[in-house]
Structure formats: C-alpha cells, structure tokens
Design a protein around this ligand. Structure first.
Ligand code: 5GP
Ligand code: ZN
Length: 136
C-alpha cells in the first residue's frame, strides 16, 4: 500500500519516533507547526475516524495523555491542542492520526475555526441535536 505512515511504521521511511507500543507509534511531525508537534498513529491502517472501531479508538487514544504530559514537561507550553482531521478540508495523509500541538505564547499556529461561532435559537439546537441522535 502506498501509504507514507505505513512506511514509517514499517521502518521503510525514517522518523523521529517518540513512543511505540503494540498498537500505536508517535513521531514528530515533519512540519513542526510548533516545537514538539507530534503525531499519534495506529499501526493498523485505517483511513480516518469513520473507519475506526471502538477498540482501536480506545487503544490509540490511550497513549495520548502520556505523550501530552511528556510534551508539557519537556517544553512547558502554555497549552496543547489535540487535533484530528478527517477528509476535507484538512486531511492530507489518509492514515488516521492525532496531532498534538503544544502552544506557546505568541506562536503562529491559528485555530481559526474557533472564531466561527454561531448562536442558535433553542429550536435550532433541538433540531441539530435530534438529527445527530437519530444517527447514533
Ligand atoms: P493532516 O493534514 O492529514 O491532518 O496531517 C498530516 C501531517 O503529516 C502533516 O502535518 C504533515 O506535515 C505530516 N507528514 C506528512 N508526511 C510526513 C512524513 O513523511 N513524515 C512525518 N514525520 N510527517 C509527515
Ligand atoms: Zn497507512
């Protein structure tokens, strides 16, 4: 399979590996959005969150607090973003991954979507809520 993260997992492509267990590896993102920007990746190839089952999701997320705390101790960031992109507009590697992005005072990483807040009327929230619940 022509997947860059599978190649990293198989050791065909080098990476700066931070952590590895039976189910996941974590390595530095080649493009450091901020210092310590890390990717947590399941060893099993799944395209994105839609393809994950509960077991794999729990196994992958299990390692996140440990790595987050290592980043915190290592670099003393003011905060940390945990981000996962699925399909458009941001997913560029079709192998599920979680970004851990330590945040620093005056860093240049922008979570611009947090500014797109919309205040709904009560019945609009109800409609949205019901639509989601009906699809669980
Ligand atoms: P996405 O946009 O899919 O959420 O994130 C994919 C990430 O993978 C990007 O931040 C990109 O820099 C990173 N990436 C792409 N190719 C490589 C690679 O060969 N090695 C490493 N370490 N990171 C990569
Ligand atoms: Zn893969």
């Amino acid at each position: 399979m022509n997947c860059i993260f599978c190649k990293i997992i198989d050791g065909e492509i080098p990476s700066y590996k931070i952590y590895e267990d039976e189910n996941v590896i974590a390595f530095l993102d080649i493009s450091q959005l901020t210092k310590g920007h890390t990717l947590v990746v399941p060893k099993k190839h799944v395209k994105n969150v839609y393809e994950m089952n509960e077991d794999l999701a729990s196994k992958v997320f299990q390692s996140v607090p440990k790595i987050a705390n290592a980043l915190k101790k290592a670099f003393n960031p003011i905060g940390l973003n945990v981000i996962n992109n699925n399909e458009k507009p941001h997913q560029s590697v079709d192998h599920f991954h979680i970004h851990l992005v330590p945040r620093y005072e005056n860093d240049e990483f922008k979570m611009e979507f947090i500014n797109h807040q919309d205040q709904y009327e009560d019945d609009d929230y109800e409609k949205v809520l019901n639509k989601i619940k009906n699809n669980l």
